[in-house]
Design a protein around this ligand. Sequence first.
Ligand code: NDP
Length: 263
Amino acid sequence: MDLQLEGRTVLVTGASSGVGLATTELLLAEGANVIACARDQGRLDAAVGALPGAERAYAVTADVTDRTQVEAAVQQGLAHFGSLDAAVCNAGRSLMSTLTDASDDDIRTELELKVFGSWNVIRAARPALAASPVGAVVNVNAILARQPETRLAVTSAARAALLNLTRSMAAELAAEGIRINSVCLGLIDTGQWRRRYEAYAAGGGTQSYSEWSAEIAADRGISLGRFGRAEEVAYPIVSLLSPRASYLTGASIDVGGGVTRQP
Ligand code: NDP
């Protein structure tokens, strides 16, 4: 099926790794132009530069929590491609911490990343998205937004704030023809989990990565019994951006392998 994204321009934050990189790859394969954003220019250039269709990707560096940097990145992308039709607000990480262990700064930083990491991008891109006949945004979120975990208490709360805010953004920006949806992730095999496994192994853990991840998947009640792959998230994201999804806004899709511990 033609997703009607050929020649459209999409901004992807967190494009140098994991879900953002897989989304960039799929968008390029669909014939879209991609403004690829992350903080580390070298890593971004290496990752995106290796993708098929990389000549239609344009790398910009920005910390999504910094409004000025995000505005500059959007303007650079617009100057390069001439228009902007969609954005994927994906940049982020999670903070393994209970509320008791988190400092006030940890809590502020996490809220800043999840809330402003999306709002800074949407606010900066808004005029261009409104000018597009197919303006669309996907906020990459987590199932934690509706199903908090104690060991990820601060991240869960920040995710809930983003999910709620996404509904409000979708309602407010609908009048400008901009659709905004959420994709809520379960456990996806990306850099985040590889780094956690390295810490486990460095701490004396003896399981292989696949044993370790299968045990976590079982513990979290994932019906499919495994972590997801980044490309399995890229497709739902890109399909929501597609003009074919023109009646979808304010929606949230869980991509969690049928995780069963829903509230
Ligand atoms: P990765 O760690 O693989 O990639 C994160 C990307 O975000 C990198 O490109 C990184 O590049 C970029 N990034 C991080 N912080 C910033 C920042 N402040 N400004 C700009 N870019 C930034 O992550 P995943 O692919 O696993 O995660 C993608 C999204 O999905 C995140 O929001 C994550 O929280 C969410 N998620 C992931 C889950 C999972 O299991 N993997 C589960 C639930 C949600 P650089 O460091 O150079 O900036």
